[in-house]
Design a protein around this ligand. Sequence first.
Ligand code: FES
Length: 359
Amino acid sequence: MSNRIFLRVNNITQQTTEAVSITFDNPENTRLDYKAGQFLTFIIQKDGKEIRRAYSLCSSPTTDELPAVAIKKVQNGNISQYMTTNVRIGDVLECLTPMGIFTTDFLADNHRHLVLFAGGSGITPMFSILKTALSIEKNTKISLIYANKDNENIIFKNELESLEKQYADRFKIITVLEKAPFFWNKGYKGYLDTAKIKKILDSLPKINIRDTEFMMCGPQPMMKVIENAFKELSLPLDKLKKENFSLSPEESAEGKAKIDTTITANDQEGFEVKVKYDGEEHTFKVPPQKTILEVALSLNIDLPFSCQSGMCTACLGRCVAGKVHLDEEDALTPKELAQGMILTCVGHPITDGVIIEID
Ligand code: FES
C-alpha cells in the first residue's frame, strides 16, 4: 500500500501577484481526508530527480467541498515557480496523503480563544483552521494577527474580511503592515515586536489564559520574535503551536540537509531500528553518520518525507522503544518530544532495539 495519491487540478485563482490558490478534485469516489492545518507534499519529477515540496491546505474539511492549497512564489524556489506558473487546470499532480500536526481538536462545545499569528503565506493553514473553528465551535472567539509586507500582498484579504463581517462577534483581524501607506490607520505599522505584540494581546477579548490557544505560522524571524515576546511577557510557550515553512534542499539557500542515500564501506554498523509503516515492518542498521530516513531510502523503503531538514514534520514517527537523537527538534513541541515523537530525516538511533511507528 502506498500513501501516494493523484489529484486533478480543478481551478487556479490568482490571490496576489505572487500567490495562487490551487483547488483539486477529490480523489475518485471519495473525499480527501484531512484535518485543518495539515499539508500536502507534492512530488515533482525534475531533471530525472524526484523533488518534494509541502504546501499547507487552505481549504477547510468542513466548509469547503474541494481541497485547495495556496502557494507563494519564492525567489530561487524552482518548485514554487513551477506550481504558480506552469500548473494548469486539468493537470494531475502526484502527492502524499495529507500530513502534519499543526492542528487542534475542533469540538462543538469548545469555548476558547484561538489567537492566530500569520505572516505572509503563513496564512494558508490558518485560513483552514479559522474557517473550521468558526463553523464548528459556536462559542469560540478567534483573533487573527496577520502581518504582511504591504496592502497588495495580503493573501485571502477579501475572504477574510467577509468572514470578519459574517462572524463580527467572534472573529477579529488585526493587520500589521511592514510598509503601510502614510494615511493608513487600519492596524499596526512596521514589524511585529514585543511592544506591538503586548499591545495587540491587551486589546483582545479577555478570556482565561487556560482557554486560550496560540498558533503561529510565518517566516522564521517573525516566529522568533513571537517566541521571545512570549518569554518576555511570561506567556505560556507550551500553548504556542508553530508551523515552520519548509524549504526542500533544492530551494533552501544553503542547500543543506541533502539526503545522502549512499552507504559506504566506511559507514560503521550502527544501531538497529525497526520501522512500522503502512502495515509493514522494516528492520535495518543505521550508521551513526546517517539518518534513519537516509538508510531507509537507500534500501528503497518508501517512508514519507518532504523537507529533509527537520522542519515540516512530514517524516514524523513515534519512538516506542529505544532512544533516538534528533539533530534538529525545533519543529516539535516539548510535549510532542516527551511523547516520543521523532523526525526520521534528522533522527539517529543511539541504542539498539529502536522501534518507530509511523501513522
Ligand atoms: S521531512 Fe520534513 S521534517 Fe523530516
